[in-house]
Design a protein around this ligand. Structure first.
Ligand SMILES: Nc1ncnc2c1ncn2[C@@H]1O[C@H](COP(=O)(O)OP(=O)(O)OP(=O)(O)O)[C@@H](O)[C@H]1O
Length: 250
């Protein structure tokens, strides 16, 4: 029998200590996290517990202090910056608070570009873009420039762009943070849909409703994983044992 595929993400004793004017600030303190292909993991925890730092390190946007990061069975944290950038472009989609849309390109081009860079044909890239913008209620904004969009619209375009090349891994940091309830619904519907199609997702969220879509909730406290549990349909009822972490809204 062939061995099981490696996890999409595997962190081993991952540590991040920021230096703040010479004072060490431990943000992530020895995280071991394995995420299997196709899983949807919500990362929760109070403000300052290290959620963003963890997800940034997994995406190579923040350097680790120590520990290991493996992506798809390949050691990633020891790669050169350019090799890491290439791996990122091929495998990871990001939705973070800063949207980084290309200002002098239309919305449509912003979304199609990652698919084209990853080798999709122009037609495939266009079809994927039409699907994603349609699902997010942005079909009529395709020809707009990013500067003409409201913040919530830019945020949704960033999600469409992140999904354009069907990355092995979608990393999202509060993807519904600035959205009203209707737009939140559109984003959550799309995330559920791509997850159903096999998309692996790691998503930081403060919102228990958003987390309830995930298969698994990983809770951080002071930079450590303090709870890691399945929230599949069979177990979606809230558990209330003494050891459970209470989610604080930041
Ligand atoms: N660039 C930085 N320099 C110094 N300290 C930092 C830096 N970024 C984060 N920290 C500190 O690291 C810790 C973890 O921060 P992080 O942003 O990862 O937490 P978080 O759980 O994502 O918080 P939030 O929910 O508020 O976004 C905090 O104490 C924070 O102040």
């Amino acid at each position: 029998m062939s061995p099981p595929p490696p996890p999409i993400v595997n962190t081993v004793n991952l540590v991040k200590i920021y230096q703040n004017g010479g004072v060490p600030v431990p943000a992530v303190r020895g995280v071991d996290l394995q995420v299997e292909a196709g899983q949807f993991v919500a990362v929760m925890g109070p403000s300052g517990s290290g959620k963003s730092t963890l997800v940034h390190m997994i995406g190579g946007l923040d350097a680790r202090t120590s520990g290991e990061i493996w992506l798809d069975g390949r050691r990633a944290d020891t790669l050169s910056e350019s090799a890491w950038a290439l791996l990122r472009r091929q495998k990871i989609g990001f939705v973070f608070q800063f949207f980084n849309l290309v200002a002098n390109m239309t919305v449509a081009d912003n979304v199609e570009l990652p698919a084209l860079l990853a080798g999709a044909s122009p037609r495939e890239a266009r079809e994927r873009r039409e699907y994603l913008l349609g699902e997010l209620g942005l079909a009529d904004r395709a020809d707009a420039a990013p500067a003409q969009l409201a913040g919530g619209e830019q945020q949704r375009v960033a999600l469409a762009r992140a999904l354009a090349n069907r990355p092995s891994l979608l990393l999202a940091d509060e993807p519904t943070g600035n959205l009203d309830s209707r737009n939140t619904r559109d984003v959550l519907r799309l995330l559920s849909e791509v997850h159903r199609d096999g998309q692996t997702i790691i998503m930081v969220t403060h919102d228990a409703r958003v987390a309830s879509l995930a298969d698994r909730v990983v809770s951080l406290l002071d930079g450590e994983i303090v709870d890691d549990g399945a929230v599949g349909p069979a177990r979606r009822r809230p558990r209330a044992t003494a050891g459970d972490v209470v989610e604080l809204r930041g």
